[in-house]
Design a protein around this ligand. Structure first.
Ligand code: TMP
Length: 232
């Protein structure tokens, strides 16, 4: 297979089938735009398993995604899409860059979820981007923005409901969308504890990548706990 792209946590390969890619989940963990980096045995496998369960759940609920099937412990077969250069972030509870930017504590529960975009550009440090700027730069049209916002808030409701059943609070998350050859916008990339903040409902213990970002203990133990609850 020809490697088309290698990112911080995944590799993308072309297949013999037109319109299909293989995504390989790596064991690399990074934080702070790659400033902190480590190889963590088993992380890729855990994220692939968790993402698979989530994409299957979302597809059943009617969300259009790039997911086709998971082939083995490392590889996911997906529909070929052109990833939009936007990180789409939803927050239900204050944490991370939100708490830092506004000088507030983590853990403030919002009445309504917040929706934000970042421009995917490592050199610029993925700056926050408002709707008008994304449209002015022709990264998306107004209609695409409206669709992405509506779909994302629907995804938030489905994920919140899914996680609370297993005693996890969905604090915030980042998703990415891609466009297929027919111009359809599909949910793409991954949804895992690398890209979500998940706190235990009773203890607020962190079961996501903040374990690595903040040196809070074993990352794989946290991710294994998430997977175990999901498989129940
Ligand atoms: P933040 O608080 O650092 O802005 O992160 C918000 C959410 O987005 C959090 O769940 C982690 C996720 N995220 C990513 O998956 N990739 C990224 O590059 C960033 C900045 C955040």
């Amino acid at each position: 297979m020809k490697k088309l792209y290698e990112g911080k946590a995944k590799e993308v390969f072309e297949t013999e089938v037109e319109n299909e890619y293989i995504i390989r989940y790596k064991d690399t963990a990074t934080a702070g735009n790659g400033e902190k980096k480590a190889e963590i045995d088993g992380k890729g496998e855990l994220n692939l398993k968790i993402t698979t369960i989530i994409f299957e759940m979302l597809q059943k609920a009617g969300i259009k995604t790039h997911y086709i099937e998971t082939l083995n412990a490392h590889d996911m077969k997906v529909k070929k899409v052109e990833i939009l250069p936007l990180e789409v972030i939803v927050r239900n509870i204050s944490a991370g860059s939100f708490a830092k930017r506004y000088g507030v504590e983590e853990g403030i529960v919002f009445e309504n979820p917040t929706f934000e975009l970042s421009y995917k550009n490592d050199e610029l440090g993925d700056p926050l981007m408002c709707e008008d700027h994304a449209i002015a730069l022709k990264l998306i049209t107004k209609d695409e923005y409206d669709y992405i916002r509506k779909e994302t808030l629907k995804i938030n409701e489905l994920l919140k409901e899914f996680f609370i059943k297993i005693n996890l609070k969905l604090v915030d998350f980042k998703i990415e969308f891609g466009k297929d050859s027919n111009g359809n916008i599909l949910l793409a990339d991954e949804i895992s504890p690398d890209t979500c903040r998940l706190w235990d409902k009773d203890t607020n213990a962190k079961l996501d990548k903040d374990i690595f970002r903040r040196d809070l203990g074993s990352l794989t133990e946290g991710y294994e706990e998430v997977l175990k609850r999901m498989q129940k």
